[in-house]
Design a protein around this ligand. Structure first.
Ligand SMILES: Cc1cc2nc3c(=O)[nH]c(=O)nc-3n(C[C@H](O)[C@H](O)[C@H](O)COP(=O)(O)OP(=O)(O)OC[C@H]3O[C@@H](n4cnc5c(N)ncnc54)[C@H](O)[C@@H]3O)c2cc1C
Length: 374
């Protein structure tokens, strides 16, 4: 099948990698990138680090300037994809506008998971995009008590940033240690120690029953042990769900994300990459979906190359992610199975521990690196 027009839906790291790979691999046909956000595509990891602490202006997260897209001959379309007709080779924007394609790459990422109730209270936040970080920074600037719901890597990064800004921080995590799914209980215990030594009130093995308000303003977070933590601000960091709503009725297989084969292919000429994609990783002989920054770039490139060159390269990465908390950089290579345990291969808790504020003064300063391999 000759490919004369490629459409990429989603202007995150995966979408950008797909665009750049298509051009670097010699594709000279029409190339359209649909972006739902009212600004040029930008990167997300700094949002819970340098942007949240105020060390970087949000604009610094922009991947590329407008001229770069023009040079590549990429048509940027601002809009939200609303439906996909696979047989008709057309994506419809939410206002009904049709975009035809020969090849399609779905890169719509994920959206923060929400608690069943209480999200409308003033003071309750999620963290995914620029408006989210602006709202959170405004609340942090008012000072007060912050409760973080969820002790995954995002919640723990927000906890570190908030402590660095001098806020009172409680983290609520139902599992036995923070970040336990990513690093296992032994290293999770080190993460817990790191945060407690920086003054975080870490409530482990306990969940949230309710976000309580006075009128429409958050006042407390109620926990499953019957206690309630007074709160001026709450950050709900309980994971993300793949952004597949617009694909309902398309006929694509949707499970935990867009289900693809080992080439990241969901249907003939239709590929998916990044947080939204679930694919069979030949390295592990199993289906996975990875919400990490490096995977988004690698999978965006792989999907583009396979679309262009005809499924030449199974996508078999060794997953990798990092997390910055205070002056510690945690790096994890590999995929942790449920019972796998790791020790810290390199580094260890800094001694003496740096002041919490030091990280905010010189963000990105790594005093200590923990490297884990699964
Ligand atoms: C605050 C934060 C900090 C992080 N820190 C780290 C870290 O330290 N280390 C690490 O490894 N990973 C980190 N991650 C994860 C990493 O950033 C993501 O895995 C990566 O951004 C995923 O890229 P993506 O292109 O798949 O999706 P996204 O970046 O989510 O991009 C998807 C784009 O598609 C758009 N979109 C959605 N639906 C539609 C639609 N219907 N039509 C058109 N456009 C649509 C969205 O608006 C978005 O712009 C972090 C994530 C966040 C949110």
């Amino acid at each position: 099948m000759s490919i004369d027009s490629v459409l990429i839906v989603g202007g995150g790291a995966a979408g950008l990698a797909a665009v750049e790979t298509l051009r670097s691999e010699g594709y000279a046909g029409a190339l359209t990138l649909v972006c739902d956000e009212p600004e040029l595509p930008y990167d997300r990891p700094p949002l819970s680090k340098q942007v949240l602490t105020g060390a970087w202006a949000p604009e610094r997260t922009r991947f590329r300037e407008a001229a770069h897209y023009a040079e590549l001959g990429v048509r940027l379309v601002r809009g939200r994809a609303g439906a996909l007709d696979v047989d008709g080779r057309t994506v419809y924007l939410s206002d009904g506008y049709p975009l035809r394609f020969d090849g399609l790459i779905i890169a719509t990422g994920a959206r923060p998971r929400r608690l069943p109730a209480g999200h409308d209270l003033a003071g309750v936040h999620v963290l995914r995009d620029h408006p989210d970080v602006a709202g959170l920074r405004a609340d942090f600037a008012r000072g007060g008590r912050v409760v973080i719901v969820g002790g995954g890597f995002l919640g723990m990064e927000v906890a570190a940033a908030a402590r660095g800004l001098g806020l009172e921080v409680t983290v609520v995590e139902p599992l036995e240690q923070p970040m336990v799914r990513q690093v296992g209980p032994m290293v999770g215990a080190e993460v817990a120690r790191l945060h407690r030594e920086h003054g975080v009130d870490l409530r482990l093995g306990v969940g949230v029953t309710e976000l309580r308000g006075d009128g429409d303003v958050l006042t407390a977070v109620a926990l499953t042990d019957g206690s309630a933590v007074p709160a001026d601000c709450a950050v709900v960091a309980i994971g993300a769900v793949p952004a597949t709503d617009w694909l309902d009725g398309s006929g694509l297989a949707i499970g935990d994300g867009v289900e693809c084969d080992q080439f990241c292919r969901a249907a003939p000429g239709v590929y998916a990459a990044g947080d939204v994609a679930s694919w069979v990783n030949p390295r592990y002989q199993r289906r996975m979906r990875i919400e990490h920054r490096m995977n988004a770039t690698e999978q965006g490139s792989a999907a583009a190359a396979n679309l262009l060159n005809g499924d030449v390269q199974p996508f078999a990465p060794l997953p990798y992610f990092w997390s910055d908390q205070y002056t510690v950089k945690i790096q994890v290579h590999g995929h942790r199975s449920a019972d796998a345990e790791a020790t810290i291969e390199e580094g260890g808790p800094a001694d003496p521990l740096p002041e919490a504020a030091a990280w905010v003064e010189s963000p990105g300063t790594v005093r200590d690196e923990w490297r884990l391999i699964f």
